[in-house]
Design a protein around this ligand. Structure first.
Ligand SMILES: [Zn+2]
Length: 92
Protein backbone atom coordinates (compact mmCIF):
# COMPACT_ATOMS: atom_id res chain seq x y z
CA UNK A 1 0.00 0.00 0.00
CA UNK A 2 3.01 2.20 0.45
CA UNK A 3 4.06 1.80 -3.14
CA UNK A 4 2.65 5.05 -4.43
CA UNK A 5 1.29 8.42 -3.46
CA UNK A 6 -1.88 8.22 -1.34
CA UNK A 7 -3.54 10.69 -3.65
CA UNK A 8 -5.53 8.51 -6.08
CA UNK A 9 -5.16 11.14 -8.78
CA UNK A 10 -1.39 11.06 -8.49
CA UNK A 11 0.82 8.29 -9.74
CA UNK A 12 4.06 9.26 -8.06
CA UNK A 13 5.98 6.23 -6.87
CA UNK A 14 7.25 5.86 -3.34
CA UNK A 15 11.02 5.55 -3.12
CA UNK A 16 12.42 7.10 0.01
CA UNK A 17 11.09 7.96 3.44
CA UNK A 18 12.70 11.38 3.50
CA UNK A 19 10.85 12.68 0.47
CA UNK A 20 7.25 13.71 0.75
CA UNK A 21 5.22 13.13 3.86
CA UNK A 22 4.47 9.98 5.79
CA UNK A 23 1.20 9.55 7.63
CA UNK A 24 0.72 7.03 10.38
CA UNK A 25 -2.78 5.81 10.87
CA UNK A 26 -4.19 3.47 13.47
CA UNK A 27 -7.14 1.46 12.37
CA UNK A 28 -9.11 -0.89 14.51
CA UNK A 29 -10.11 -4.14 13.02
CA UNK A 30 -13.05 -5.68 14.75
CA UNK A 31 -15.61 -4.07 12.56
CA UNK A 32 -18.68 -6.12 11.73
CA UNK A 33 -17.56 -6.28 8.11
CA UNK A 34 -14.57 -8.39 9.06
CA UNK A 35 -16.86 -11.31 9.74
CA UNK A 36 -17.99 -11.39 6.15
CA UNK A 37 -14.59 -12.54 5.06
CA UNK A 38 -14.85 -15.74 7.02
CA UNK A 39 -12.47 -14.74 9.77
CA UNK A 40 -12.54 -16.52 13.05
CA UNK A 41 -14.65 -14.44 15.45
CA UNK A 42 -12.54 -15.50 18.40
CA UNK A 43 -9.50 -13.89 16.84
CA UNK A 44 -11.32 -10.60 16.60
CA UNK A 45 -10.00 -8.88 19.72
CA UNK A 46 -9.98 -5.23 18.76
CA UNK A 47 -6.63 -5.54 17.11
CA UNK A 48 -5.03 -2.24 16.37
CA UNK A 49 -3.40 -2.05 13.02
CA UNK A 50 -0.99 0.69 12.18
CA UNK A 51 -0.93 1.65 8.56
CA UNK A 52 1.32 4.03 6.77
CA UNK A 53 0.40 6.30 3.93
CA UNK A 54 2.63 8.46 1.87
CA UNK A 55 2.14 11.67 0.00
CA UNK A 56 4.66 12.67 -2.61
CA UNK A 57 6.41 16.05 -2.23
CA UNK A 58 4.08 17.67 -4.72
CA UNK A 59 0.88 16.44 -3.10
CA UNK A 60 2.05 17.00 0.47
CA UNK A 61 2.46 20.66 -0.42
CA UNK A 62 -1.23 21.20 -1.03
CA UNK A 63 -2.91 18.10 0.32
CA UNK A 64 -3.28 16.30 3.58
CA UNK A 65 -4.61 12.94 4.61
CA UNK A 66 -7.63 12.55 6.81
CA UNK A 67 -9.02 9.41 8.30
CA UNK A 68 -12.72 8.78 8.03
CA UNK A 69 -14.48 6.04 9.89
CA UNK A 70 -15.73 3.47 7.45
CA UNK A 71 -14.13 5.04 4.43
CA UNK A 72 -10.53 4.90 5.49
CA UNK A 73 -7.87 7.38 4.59
CA UNK A 74 -8.70 9.98 2.01
CA UNK A 75 -6.59 12.68 0.49
CA UNK A 76 -8.07 16.12 0.95
CA UNK A 77 -6.87 19.52 -0.16
CA UNK A 78 -5.10 21.39 2.61
CA UNK A 79 -5.79 24.79 1.13
CA UNK A 80 -9.35 25.09 2.46
CA UNK A 81 -8.55 28.05 4.69
CA UNK A 82 -7.02 29.97 1.84
CA UNK A 83 -10.09 29.44 -0.29
CA UNK A 84 -12.50 30.41 2.47
CA UNK A 85 -10.89 33.77 2.88
CA UNK A 86 -12.94 36.56 1.37
CA UNK A 87 -11.19 37.72 -1.73
CA UNK A 88 -10.42 41.39 -1.72
CA UNK A 89 -9.81 43.05 -5.03
CA UNK A 90 -7.39 45.53 -3.60
CA UNK A 91 -4.10 44.11 -4.78
CA UNK A 92 -2.13 47.22 -5.44
ZN1 LIG B 1 1.31 12.68 -5.23
Amino acid sequence: MLSKCANPACSAKFHYFHVGKLFRCETQSGEPHALEFGTDPTVKKSVRRVEFFWLCPECSGNMTLTFQQGTGVIAAPAVMRAIEKPRSASVS
